[in-house]
Design a binder for this molecule. Structure first.
Ligand SMILES: [Zn+2]
Length: 713
């Protein structure tokens, strides 16, 4: 928008004779030329004698832009004329919130003349409006269209920019030395593997060599005839054995044709680094595939070997551009199923089709390219020597972010670097620090120990705890702890150390386990670990249940197993009572309607009595004692809502001891299910009969059954 020029245009103003009664705002339009461009202007005036010269708002549109000027505030707004909820979202709502005034827009905002209306329709040609009488909708719709186009344009411009950058990168990308890559793969990844396919017949064998492609019929066992004596022998072909091709001399593996499928493919991946522009480097990720094949033909004599070959090809999958001061850019090789063409794109595929770059071999050319680039101190070469295959792109990306990686590699902390390269930054304490001890969050004097263990991350964790908790442990203690921590799960020793020294803790674990640290035997290690788990778990429960662990009887029980089990029981009891409380609050109606329900469901004879549950808590307890699922929210909810009820059947002389739990349908009094402990049905025939009779009684057959009904309260 040409804001300044528009502001300079005088207001249209409203003749004072045009005032209409009961109208709040009068609107006037004009189409004018501002700086050589056609502009549509709509001015909104307060319908007051004093406000005829300066509008409240001036809405301006061209075919491409729009904006609204508020003279009073001297402000421009980019909002639409009316928003979706035009009460307060749009320009109109800003002037006069619709929920405050009666009659909506048509009563409050009136056009000055019919010409204004015509002008609006003319300017907003091609805009579809549902209700043509609403002049403001034309303006809204027109603005919406402008906005759409602008968004589309932005998208297009962005994707054009990306495409240009992609093309520019592709142009600056050095050529891929394809032959050299295949040669490297053959030498270093496939190790010149060749097959000599064979098929024996008597003392001869048909052979086909994948290295030279030749087929021959050779004798491997000497014959009796004179001629056969003259013929040279080959070694006896045996499947899977190594030998030499008698034709070309290549080292081969014998392969019995017809034994298995005679086509084999292998895929390997390789990274190649090349210089890019000034000090940059491009890392290319290439997939090399090799195929070995025996060509056969079947005729009436059976399978006939025709020839053999091996073939290799490569495909560049991704390339990462590293340039000083720039974000890493990774381009991916994709295939379009629509056009059938391959192309490069600057983003990965989403979802399952995601291209994954894995750890792979690195071509030696990479090291020379690195030396000339801004990443020369990345220590990538040293890391590869120590760690084997690497994911070069990830490594370098992390190195750019975390240059301390160079130091870590040079200090042989390979395990730590491996974790960092897998985005596991949680293992270091201060990523910003250049001091190794601060970076790792350990005591300075421990660095040597960690270096000797190649940056073992279990050890790192222990050393971090030592520093964090302000302790100073002996090397022997640390070693013992490392032995413990190598178990399946990290141990939480922090809590135990509040009450005892590290030495005491280790001694007790040894004593309870009945074996010593440092045996190197995996069974002993496991035993120590298990014991430590039990002991720490025990201490944890003791503390949680509110015992004072400074008391040595609690801290150091004679029988760990027994003490642990005791705590488990005690904690369960706590949990049940907690659950009882919760359910009482959540399902209060069970308790509230107990009396009422009791009148309906109470029944007893000489042996048994049955009644509804008194409360949610009682149902929870019943479920716990009988080990069935009645205490779950499903049944509590039903009972609480009056869908079905939980009844308790007990021996009359043991009214507080759970026996059988029954669920009855509230509507038709049908027994839905009944169970004793562990979901079993005790005394089944008898109880079934009894419960059936009870059901009959519930359904109204009360007189026939001569049972005494207790007078209820
Ligand atoms: Zn050969």
């Amino acid at each position: 928008m040409k804001y300044k020029s528009i502001e300079a245009v005088p207001y249209l103003t409203i003749p004072s004779c045009s005032r209409k009664k009961g109208v709040k705002y009068v609107c006037r339009t004009e189409i004018m030329d501002i700086k050589g461009e056609e502009h549509f202007v709509l001015e909104i005036y307060r319908n007051k004698k004093s406000s005829m010269k300066i509008p409240v708002a001036r809405v301006v549109m061209t075919q491409k832009e729009y904006g609204t000027y508020f003279p009073e505030q001297e402000l421009w707004s980019g909002k639409q004329f009316t928003g979706n909820t035009w009460d307060d979202e749009g320009i109109l709502g800003k002037i006069e919130p619709m929920y405050r005034s009666r009659g909506g827009v048509e009563k409050n905002f009136v056009l000055l003349t019919q010409e204004d209306r015509d002008r609006i329709e003319k300017y907003c040609q091609g805009v579809y409006v549902w209700r043509k009488e609403n002049w403001w909708e034309f303006i809204s719709e027109k603005q919406r269209k402008i906005k759409d186009q602008e968004n589309r344009g932005r998208w297009r411009r962005r994707s054009e920019r990306r495409q240009r950058a992609l093309d520019e990168r592709a142009k600056a990308t050095p050529e891929l030395p394809e032959q050299r890559i295949l040669q490297y793969a053959e030498d270093s990844l496939f190790h010149h593997k060749h097959y000599l396919y064979y098929k024996k017949h008597g003392s001869r064998a048909k052979i086909a060599c994948s290295a030279c492609g030749n087929v021959a019929d050779k004798r491997w066992k000497a014959g009796i005839s004179y001629e056969s004596q003259l013929e040279s022998l080959i070694e006896e072909p045996r499947h899977g054995y190594y030998g030499k091709c008698p034709i070309c001399g290549a080292d081969v593996i014998f392969f019995a044709a017809g034994k298995a499928k005679t086509m084999e493919t292998q895929k390997k991946y390789v990274f190649l680094g090349q210089r890019y522009k000034e000090a940059g480097i491009i890392i290319r990720y290439i997939d090399v595939q090799k195929e070995w094949q025996l060509e056969t033909l079947v005729d009436d004599t059976g399978m006939v070997m025709q020839g053999a070959y091996e073939r290799m090809d490569g495909l560049e999958i991704a390339r990462a551009y590293f340039e000083p001061g720039k974000k890493v850019q990774i381009d991916y090789h994709k295939h379009s199923y629509c056009s059938g063409k391959d192309f490069w794109d600057d983003c990965n595929l989403s979802g399952n089709a995601n291209i994954i770059i894995r750890e792979a071999a690195v071509m030696p050319e990479t090291w020379d390219a690195m030396k000339e680039s801004f990443l020369k101190y990345s220590a990538l070469e040293e890391f590869r020597k120590a760690a084997g295959d690497v994911q070069v792109i990830d490594y370098l990306e992390h190195y750019v972010q975390t240059p301390q990686i160079e130091m870590l590699v040079k200090m042989h902390m390979i395990q730590i670097v491996k974790r960092l390269v897998r985005y596991n930054y949680g293992i270091v304490v201060d990523v910003e620090s250049n001091r190794m001890d601060q970076f790792l969050g350990i005591r300075k004097e421990r660095i040597k120990m960690l270096m000797n263990e190649l940056g073992d991350t279990t050890l790192l964790d222990i050393l971090q705890k030592e520093k964090r908790w302000g302790k100073l442990w002996t090397e022997e203690q640390i070693r013992k702890l490392t032995e413990l921590e190598s178990g399946e799960r990290r141990l939480d020793i922090g809590q135990a150390l509040k009450y005892m020294t590290m030495q005491k803790l280790l001694n007790r674990i040894e004593k309870y386990a009945g074996c010593k640290f440092g045996s190197g035997c995996s069974r002993v290690v496991h035993q120590l670990y298990q014991t430590a788990m039990t002991y720490l778990d025990y201490l944890n429960m003791r503390e949680e249940l509110g015992y004072d662990l400074h008391n040595s009887v609690y801290q150091y029980p004679r029988d760990l197993e027994a003490a642990h089990n005791k705590m488990v029981l005690e904690r369960n009891r706590e949990q049940i009572s907690k659950r009882q409380q919760e359910t009482e609050e959540k399902y209060p109606l069970i308790r509230k309607y107990y009396r009422k329900l009791r009148k309906r469901y109470y029944y007893e004879d000489n042996t048994y009595a049955i009644r509804p549950a008194r409360s949610a808590g009682e149902i929870v307890k019943e479920g716990q004692l009988l080990h069935h699922c009645v205490g779950g929210n499903y049944y509590l909810e039903k009972h609480n809502k009056g869908v079905s009820y939980i009844l308790m059947l007990r021996f009359r002389d043991k009214p507080e001891e759970p026996y059988i739990t029954i669920e009855v349908d509230a509507e038709n009094n049908k027994i839905l299910q009944w169970y004793g402990s562990y979901d079993k049905k005790p005394d089944e025939d008898n109880m079934k009969r009894w419960i059936n009779r009870y059901e009959q009684w519930l359904k109204g057959d009360r007189v026939e059954e001569k049972i005494r009904i207790l007078a209820t309260a």
